[in-house]
Design a binder for this molecule. Structure first.
Ligand SMILES: Nc1nc2c(c(=O)[nH]1)N[C@H]1C(S)=C(S)[C@@H](COP(=O)(O)O)O[C@H]1N2
Ligand SMILES: [Mo]
Length: 552
């Protein structure tokens, strides 16, 4: 029933029960992190502290002074949304607490493992859902387990506002003279920043310029890096995890290398931002917290306590909003889901849902192991069909169609057989490549002729969802017509294995895995999804508050 797993976790360094990191990755990361500090120490011990000059700042010419209101405001909003992004991002990560450099996500091949489950249990079925981990609600938004749906709503809502705020900030920065404060205009900045770094790295404070008028070289470079390198990298690595985007623009996942490298880099951007925030806040405190807070909060350059007070109010608001977001996720999840549907879904639909998936892989690319998800059907009906090799299976297609039908597997096979070798994207973060063969959904549509009022097709499963009740999901008409939308009856050249959906499952390659119903019992064309079960468009949408359009 389960696939044979013969993967031994090797070459890991374990730190505590739920943290293991690949030795090679750890060594590379340590080398990158420690080398500059080591060089700085050697320089300090041999030649002493370098003299910090203002050469680069002077060469860069005049800079505007102070912090205008738009800058202070966007700076605050940036902090506000970034905390929500980091917390919800960590929650998403914990729904598949492993990071890989390879696209197959073969168990034990991860470079980072945030779970004590090093080797998957062999004596029972271990699904990707079983592998999800708990995260404290103090860290994660919303915390606990199985909350990837809610975490994604907060993540995407925050991402849209964070991005908009960032665009406003950069536009104002570049349309005024303020860009001069953060964008270096001379390479002299590099040696100058190094000299400052040698001070900090060896626990010295160089003479600091007053930040109201000018930053020191390292500070300027760090701000430039956060705005013009880290933020864009965090943004572009996001869509490298989107099935719709990467299956249409096949060059995109190849930029980082593959989906899992994109996911790992997205994680590194989070780490880089956290390091930036920690260093930034430490320096603000160490170099005159009262004056610095006045600069960025109220825009004054003096020692009145106003900046500190208002700053604390601002931080309190961030804490309160985070608490409220956790509360809403647990107490008003439907409202959060609907808010995301109102704001996020139209944007995602516009950006990602308009083009047909194209990506195809080769036989050699097929993953040695494809994580399974879902509960095998337990009904007597499915079991007796299985015991008869599905000879008595009839796929029932009805609802708003001109020609309702019941089709045996043989009839389905006679309708056509197409194959596609594609990358499966699970909402949890894992992926894997397999070959799927079956009937294109366009053939089904030609046969049953949906009525004009049909807007979606609902696929009902023999299987139950994790909380009991029939598993089902739906697809909008436009996503049924792609060349990579099929009812698959074979996987990797063999009849569909039980675990992967026998006798029939969906493959709609611009959508996430949870939309690909396995063990299909029937299909119904409908005008409105509201009348079906809880009305959100699918089991995961009803029970786990997932978004109904799952193209990223
Ligand atoms: N009937 C049913 N279909 C299902 C599920 C399920 O729980 N029940 N899980 C979905 C999810 S979340 C994923 S990622 C894919 C996994 O497909 P696989 O097990 O073939 O990898 O199946 C989807 N189809
Ligand atoms: Mo999934």
């Amino acid at each position: 029933m389960t696939q044979a797993i013969d993967y031994q976790p090797k070459g890991f360094i374990r730190l505590g029960n739920s943290f293991a990191i690949g030795r090679t990755t750890l060594l590379v990361l340590l080398a990158i992190a420690i080398t500059p500090f080591a060089i700085a120490y050697v320089q300090w011990l041999t030649t002493g502290l370098p003299e910090v000059s203002q050469a680069s700042a002077e060469a860069a010419g005049a800079q505007p002074a102070g912090f205008p209101a738009w800058l202070r405001f966007t700076h605050y909003l940036n902090f506000f949304f970034m905390i929500l992004l980091i917390r919800s991002g960590l929650q998403i990560l914990m729904s598949h607490p492993r990071l890989y450099w390879n696209v197959h996500c073969t168990p034990a091949s991860e470079w980072l493992r945030l779970t004590p489950v090093a080797e998957l249990p062999r004596d029972r079925l271990w699904t990707a859902n079983d592998d999800a981990r708990h995260l404290s609600p103090w860290i994660g938004l919303p915390g606990y387990r199985y909350s990837v749906g809610m975490a994604r709503h907060w993540h995407f809502l925050s991402a849209l506002f964070w991005l908009t705020n960032g665009l406003v900030f950069v536009t104002l920065l570049c349309s005024t003279d303020y860009w001069r404060r953060v964008v270096p205009t001379t390479w002299q900045i590099v040696p100058d920043a190094w000299k400052v770094f040698v001070h900090y790295a060896t626990f010295h404070l160089p003479p600091e310029p007053n930040g109201y008028y000018r930053y020191n070289a390292l500070q300027q470079l760090a701000y430039f890096g956060a705005i013009f390198v880290l933020a864009p990298m965090a943004i572009v690595t996001g869509p490298s995890m989107s099935p719709a985007f990467t299956s249409r623009f096949t060059w995109y996942p190849r930029l980082p290398g593959n989906r899992q490298i994109g996911r790992s880099l997205h994680f590194f951007m989070m780490l880089a931002f956290v390091s930036f925030i920690v260093s930034h806040v430490s320096m603000v405190v160490l170099t005159g917290v009262v004056r610095n807070m006045n600069h960025i909060v109220v825009g004054y350059d003096d020692e009145r306590p106003m900046g500190i007070y208002l700053g604390l109010v601002g931080i309190t608001i961030v804490v309160a909003v985070n608490a409220l977001a956790n509360w809403a996720a647990w107490r008003r999840p439907r409202a959060v889901q609907h808010l995301a549907k109102l704001i996020v879904t139209p944007v995602m639909g516009y950006l990602f849902n308009r083009s047909a998936p194209l990506a195809q892989f080769h036989r050699e690319d097929i993953s040695p192991y494809l994580w399974p998800n879902g509960k095998l059907p337990t009904s007597d009906e499915w079991k007796s069909l299985r015991d008869g090799d599905f000879r008595d299976y009839r796929l029932k297609i009805g609802g708003l169609v001109e020609n309702p039908v019941e089709l045996s597997l043989e009839q389905l096979r006679a309708m056509g057989r197409e194959s596609q070798i594609t990358l499966h994207h699970c909402i949890q973060g894992w992926s894997g490549i397999a070959e799927w063969s079956g009937v294109p959904l366009t053939k089904i549509i030609e046969l049953v002729r949906p009525k004009p009022e049909a807007t979606a097709a609902v696929f009902y499963s023999y299987g139950e969802g994790p909380e009991g009740g029939q598993f089902y999901d739906s697809h909008r008409m436009e996503n049924l017509g792609h060349s990579q939308s099929m009812l698959a009856y074979e996987m990797n050249g063999q009849p569909l294995p039980e675990l992967h959906g026998a006798p029939l499952r969906l493959r709609i390659e611009n959508q996430l895995g949870f939309k690909m119903v396995k063990w299909i019992e029937s299909i119904e064309f409908v005008a409105d999804l509201k009348a079906i079960y809880q009305g959100e468009g699918g089991y995961k949408e009803d029970h786990e508050y997932f978004g109904e359009l799952a193209n990223i």
